[in-house]
Design a protein around this ligand. Structure first.
Ligand code: SF4
Length: 303
């Protein structure tokens, strides 16, 4: 494929960038070849449902029944979203796992709701779509939340529900967070069906690690039974100079993304939903030779 064909095929969403950074080969499968993952992890569905409930809480459901809200959100992602046809890879008994997810969600959401810094925050934007042009290319995506804190600071938070806390040192270099900050300053947000230009230089941007609201079930060196697992905020700042420098960074990433070769990231393979498609790859054979070989094997009924 040519560079233009690749650009015409992919959507420059923040999720595309995320997949690219995780594994370029997975990016090829997902965004160029348009192959669907073989399965979804329960944790991914759980994270999506938590995001949805958080947006409902700040849109008038603050005092709502958390278990009922989470169940509604989970059912949507399991049975009604545009990914509902992709099977979920349950570890064992589906009913038991769903019940465990509900218990975990209520624990996280209750502790989220109990914090004054969440109660008193004025949520300006929640699950809001953005679009922004960088070097002539239109990037799109969704920002989890932009809030005004009681001290007047404007903060962007990206909710994470992964089991492992993200690496603190990676936050300042997180390309997605910079893209969100860039969009708030130079791009547009879709508010009530209208694209608006907020022109906001955020005071801080970061990850809100939802699992920090889980409580210790047994005493550990990090905390006692019943204590929460720490501070959910992992913040950084983005100056206007950093946002301008981001354009060059995007140029470098984009020029790599449109080259027709992709390097596997074998560190992620153990958890990958493309393993079945990926095992047939040969990283060292050019595409033309590989397809000739496949044709020959097909003639021999071996492909
Ligand atoms: S199996 Fe590994 S190399 Fe292949 S797409 Fe998945 S993460 Fe990338």
């Amino acid at each position: 494929m040519t560079k233009q064909e690749i650009l015409d095929t992919i959507e420059l969403r923040q999720s595309t960038l995320k997949t690219w950074l995780g594994c370029p080969l997975m990016y090829k499968f997902r965004h160029i070849d348009k192959m669907e993952p073989a399965f979804r992890y329960p944790g991914t569905v759980h994270g999506s449902a938590l995001h949805l409930v958080l947006s409902w809480l700040h849109a008038g459901e603050w005092k709502g029944d958390l278990r009922a809200l989470y169940t509604k959100a989970l059912n949507y992602y399991l049975y009604a979203s545009d990914e509902e046809h992709i099977p979920v890879r349950w570890g064992g008994d589906m009913e038991k796992e769903i019940e465990a997810l509900k218990v975990n969600a209520v624990e996280i959401l209750e502790n989220y709701r109990s914090k004054a810094y969440n109660q008193d925050a004025l949520v300006l934007f929640s699950e809001v779509q953005f679009r922004v042009k960088i070097l002539g290319y239109l990037f799109t995506g969704t920002i989890d939340q932009v809030r005004k804190n009681p001290d007047g600071s404007i903060e962007l938070v990206d909710f994470k529900s992964s089991k492992m806390r993200p690496n603190h040192y990676a936050i300042p270099n997180d390309l997605q967070l910079t893209l969100y900050s860039y969009a708030c300053k130079f791009g547009e947000l879709l508010v009530d069906g209208i694209w608006v230009k907020p022109n906001m230089l955020l005071d801080s941007v970061g990850i809100y690690f939802l699992r920090a609201h889980e409580v210790y079930k047994r005493k550990t060196v990090n905390g006692d039974v019943g204590e929460e697992k720490g501070d959910p905020f992992m913040r950084t700042t983005k100056s206007i100079q950093e946002l301008r420098a981001f354009r060059s960074e995007i140029r470098a990433q984009l020029s790599a993304m449109v080259k027709p070769w992709y390097y596997p990231n074998t560190a992620s393979c153990a958890f990958c939903a493309y393993t079945a498609q990926c095992v047939g790859r040969n990283d060292h054979v050019p595409e033309k030779q590989a397809s000739q070989a496949m044709e020959l094997l097909a003639e021999l009924n071996m492909a």
